[in-house]
Design a protein around this ligand. Structure first.
Ligand code: ADP
Ligand code: MG
Length: 562
């Protein structure tokens, strides 16, 4: 068979360079990444078998195997899972099919300290490439379950990789790392050391539901062949009593299922007993993925049935506006070959969704008081997504509003809740005022704000596109109307002493000529020209009717082609 050489994509090459010169200080995690991939591959194969999609595959002893060779300085990670076809190897391993990568690389270069870089790496799923942190050559041999031919991929992580078709290969994937030369005194990073491997597996991959096996080293006296040993406990964290599981263990599970290298912001546990039993372990990530708003974004909640992995991104478990939540739901009473169609109609799944939704919302709300820093991070990353729920989920509207916060003229640095806004409302103020716009600055500079500033009335500053829509959908809070300062005729007289009617009339007469002239000249461009009390400095401004689209919303709809 011939060996062909290919060039890495530019982005892939840059990423590999970063891996080779390791910006990441904790190199141990390369093994976690490889074990995680192997585990995913086993999950996929079992699932295919459950669905009768893999008739020729061997699913009798699915497992992961580690093998270290001190003399050759190699470490091998082997699984007998789903494997990859030739085409899949080129697509999945040779390129980074990820539009966010360029942006990521830029950020990585700008992150001055190692900690910042550490944080950034995981966001873009560079899992497999992390092997090049410790290896100067990586070989991957793989055969897709059910196919006859295999593929060998080799690279030194520099500019190129080679591909070769193989007539024979074991089912699944074998990754062999040729380890970089170790400093002789660097025991800590000797990845051929049995205790080192045990330690890493225990720390990062203990919960993996497949056995991770290794043949222990032979000791002097007993020379015979040894039986492989399973290194991980395989215990599902969500099924273990809470006080038995450390935060660190939860975090490692999050990294595996979330394909993230960073700790989650918050862990949420939920147990339901009785007629329909299930356990849920949910995580709020600390960072929004770059494709959160892209079509086809994969949601993060996995469905298990009695410890068996069933589905990767189970949309039925959480509403779309909570699509950033990662985690696991393990239900006792579903059948193993449950399908999407069944799930969509399942009454119990709907009950689970309702309960998880409420739990996530109350957790976010509680964070605001119990951990303001975490809440601030959450809001910065996911606030815009959460607000979609104000439009789509009227059942939970109150709970969502209670979890929301908004920039406000009250305090330039701290956003406010609606509850706090209402508590600060002035005597005679009936409405909650807001203005939408592109940025805080653009809003603050708007002439619409003048009268409010002059009268000391607080205005919420809404700058996400979704804000235009939810304020209309929600309409009011706590009996107070949500009112745009840029729309219609706003009567601010309640909050100040009134001009007398006579005075107003006089003013009207004095300006009648000007207004008439303007109406004539502006013609169809405006509906009406009128006197206003909303300005204090600017001579004039354009105002929409209350029921009309604001300019920003008009732009949004136009951009959407509507
Ligand atoms: P991620 O796991 O986040 O998708 P990786 O870089 O770790 O990113 O892996 C890239 C892809 O390569 C995986 O999504 C998977 O499709 C494929 N892959 C990696 N390792 C294996 C394996 N052991 N068996 C089958 N496919 C694999
Ligand atoms: Mg991976």
């Amino acid at each position: 068979m011939t060996t062909e050489t290919f060039e890495f994509q530019v982005e892939a090459r840059q990423l590999l360079q970063l891996m080779i010169h390791s910006v990441y200080s904790n190199k141990d995690v390369f093994l976690r990444e490889l074990v995680s991939n192997a585990s995913d591959a086993l999950d996929k194969l079992r699932l295919a078998a459950l669905r009768d999609d893999a008739p020729d595959a061997d699913v009798s002893d699915l497992h992961i195997e580690l093998e270290a060779d001190k003399d050759a300085r190699t470490l091998t990670v082997r699984d007998n899972g789903i494997g990859m076809s030739y085409e899949e190897v080129t697509r999945l391993i040779g390129t980074i099919a990820n539009s966010g990568t360029a942006k990521f690389l830029q950020e990585l270069r700008e992150a001055k300290d190692a900690a910042g870089a550490d944080g950034l790496i995981g966001q873009f799923g560079v899992g497999f490439y992390s092997a090049f942190m410790v290896a100067d050559e990586v070989t991957l041999v793989t055969r897709h379950a059910g196919e006859t031919q295999g593929t060998r991929w080799t690279s030194r992580g520099e500019g190129t990789y080679t591909l070769e078709r193989l007539d024979e290969a074991p089912q699944g994937t074998t990754v062999t790392l040729h380890l970089k030369p170790a400093d002789s005194d660097d025991q800590l990073h000797d990845y051929t050391s049995e205790w080192k491997i045990r330690e890493i597996v225990k720390r990062y991959s203990d919960f993996i539901t497949w056995p991770v096996r290794m043949v222990p080293e032979r000791t002097g006296e007993d020379a015979g062949d040894r039986e492989p040993e399973t290194l991980n406990s395989m215990k599902a964290l969500w099924a273990r009593p809470r006080d038995e599981v450390s935060d660190e263990e939860y975090h490692e599970l999050y990294k595996h299922i979330g394909h993230d290298w960073r700790d989650p912001l918050e862990t949420i546990r939920l147990q339901a007993e009785g007629t329909f039993e299930y356990q849920a372990l949910l995580f709020l990530p600390a960072h929004a993925p770059h494709d959160l708003f892209a079509r086809g974004y994969q949601r993060g909640v996995q469905l298990y049935v009695r410890r068996v992995f069933i589905m990767e991104d189970c949309e039925e478990l959480l509403p779309s506006y909570l699509r950033f939540v990662k985690g696991v739901v393990d239900a006792q009473d579903l059948t193993l070959n449950v399908s999407r169609e069944i799930l969509q109609q399942d009454r119990h799944i709907r009950m689970i969704q309702r309960r998880l939704t409420k739990k996530v919302l109350s957790t976010v709300k509680d964070l605001a008081t119990s951990a303001p820093d975490k809440y601030a991070t959450f809001w910065r990353e996911f606030g815009a997504v959460l607000k979609e729920g104000l439009i789509t989920d009227s059942e939970n509207r109150e709970a969502i509003l209670a979890a929301c916060s908004f920039a406000s003229t009250h305090d330039a640095d701290a956003p406010t809740t609606l509850k706090d806004y209402v508590a600060r409302m002035k005597d005679g103020q009936d409405d909650v005022y807001f203005m939408t716009g592109e940025s805080r600055q653009a809003i603050e500079n708007s002439p619409h704000m003048e009268a409010f500033r002059a009268k000391g009335l607080e205005v919420l500053l809404l700058t996400d596109p979704v804000d235009e829509v939810w304020v209309d959908a929600v309409g009011e809070y706590d009996g107070k109307a949500l009112r745009s300062v840029a729309k219609g005729d706003i009567d601010l007289s309640g909050a100040e002493e009134d001009k007398s009617e006579a005075e107003k009339e006089k003013q009207g007469e004095a300006y009648a000529g000007l207004l008439g002239w303007m109406t004539e000249h502006l013609g169809d461009d405006v509906k009406e020209v009128r006197l206003s009390s909303r300005l204090t400095v600017s001579p004039a401004c354009v105002v929409s009717d209350s029921g009309e689209l604001t300019p920003a919303l008009e732009n949004m709809y136009r951009a959407m082609g509507q």
